[in-house]
Each structure stands twice: as C-alpha cells, then as structure tokens.
Design a protein around this ligand. Structure first.
Ligand SMILES: Cc1cc2nc3c(=O)[nH]c(=O)nc-3n(C[C@H](O)[C@H](O)[C@H](O)COP(=O)(O)O)c2cc1C
Length: 188
C-alpha cells in the first residue's frame, strides 16, 4: 500500500557540490545539491538549478565561467556554511584555499578532491530557479582518490544531501556491478 505524497521531487539522495564563480571581482561559492549530468559523450555537460535570488549566478552570467567542486566529508561544515549565507552580504572568498585551471573566472577549491571548471552553455528559465548548463572544460582530481586513473568514490567520501530528512549522508556499501548484475534476467 502506497501513501500518495503529491508532487514531491526532491526525495532521493543527491551529490552535494560547491559551485564557484567570480562576482564583482570576488570569488563566491554556494552549496548546490541538485546537479544533473547531461550528454554523456563529448562535449560533457552538467546542469543545476539556482534560485534567482542567489548571488553566485551573477558571476556565472557575467563571465560565463564557473566551477563545480565535490567536497569530502572533511569539508561538511564549510560546505554547509556556504549554503547558509549569501555573498550578497557575506564575503565567502576566504573560506577555501583556491586554485585556477584554464579558466580565469572558475575558482576551484584546493581542499576538494574533485573539481571541474566549466563554460556556461545555456540558461533555462523556470518560475523560482534558473537551470544553468555548463560544458566541462577540465576535471581535476586529487591523486590520492584515484585508483588506476579512475575516481574511487570510497576515497572521495562525498556528502549526499537528503531533502527529506534534511541531513547529509555518507556512502553506503558497494553493492553490485552496473550493466552486469542484471544480465541474469536477460532472455535471448
Ligand atoms: C546542502 C545544500 C544544498 C543546496 N542546494 C541548492 C541548490 O541545488 N540550488 C539552489 O538554488 N540553492 C541550494 N542551496 C542553497 C544555497 O547554497 C544558499 O542559499 C546559499 O547561501 C546561496 O549563496 P549565494 O547567495 O552566495 O549564491 C543549498 C544549500 C545547502 C546547504
């Protein structure tokens, strides 16, 4: 028996990221948990919805460049902080140690094990949010989280965001190989 919950869309865990841009000449960051992967293949894109009131989108629009950083559990306090206060009235430029890659206006966070620099591709308009779609120009990963050149999530220790309980979660156990465990049900 299922309870009807109405139109609720944020009920599954999603990766917590930190998006960075340069607003009025100053790096600014906010926590963003609703990130989507678009167009697997080349080019690669990410998308996320930002409330129109936020400060960070100003920098994304101005420079058409930004970063998406994946914090580990060690950065839970800082991640939450940049998701609590706005660059509109608080300087968040010194919360993290920063580095730059190819794009001058995509400040990345040295303490995050995985960081991406992106170029703005398009913006989709919704009532309260705008969806920003960016092309990934480069991904930077700490060597310590790589296993044979691939990102090992157990080493990244990402923060999962749960809108239902409003808590951060860690990863659980590795369960089964994708595109493989289902093969037993294949017919023909
Ligand atoms: C874990 C977490 C996830 C969040 N995810 C989003 C999101 O996906 N989209 C959004 O617009 N705001 C999101 N927020 C809220 C913004 O991060 C927050 O309002 C921030 O202070 C805005 O900063 P800014 O005005 O400096 O850009 C999230 C906050 C937290 C704590």
């Amino acid at each position: 028996m299922k309870a009807k919950l109405g139109p609720a869309n944020a009920l599954y865990p999603s990766l917590t990221t930190i998006v960075g841009s340069v607003v009025d000449g100053r790096p600014n960051f906010l926590a963003v948990a609703h990130v989507g992967i678009m167009n697997h293949g080349q080019p690669q894109y990410l998308s996320f919805g930002l409330n129109k009131r936020h400060w960070t989108p100003r920098g994304i629009r101005e420079h058409r460049q930004f970063s998406v950083n994946i914090p580990s559990q060690d950065l839970v306090e800082q991640t939450d902080y940049v998701g609590l206060v706005s660059g509109r009235n608080t300087d968040k430029s010194e919360v993290f140690e920063l580095f730059r890659g190819e794009l001058e206006h995509a400040p990345m966070i040295a303490g995050c094990p995985v960081c991406m620099e992106l170029r703005l591709d398009r913006v989709l308009d919704f009532a309260t949010h705008e969806v920003f779609v960016g092309e990934v120009v480069n991904t930077w990963a700490e060597e310590s989280v790589l296993d044979s050149g691939k990102i090992d999530l157990a080493r990244v220790r990402p923060l999962l965001f749960d809108f239902s309980s409003v808590h951060y979660w860690g990863l659980g156990e590795k369960l089964a190989p994708c595109w493989s465990v289902g093969k037993g049900l294949k017919r023909g």
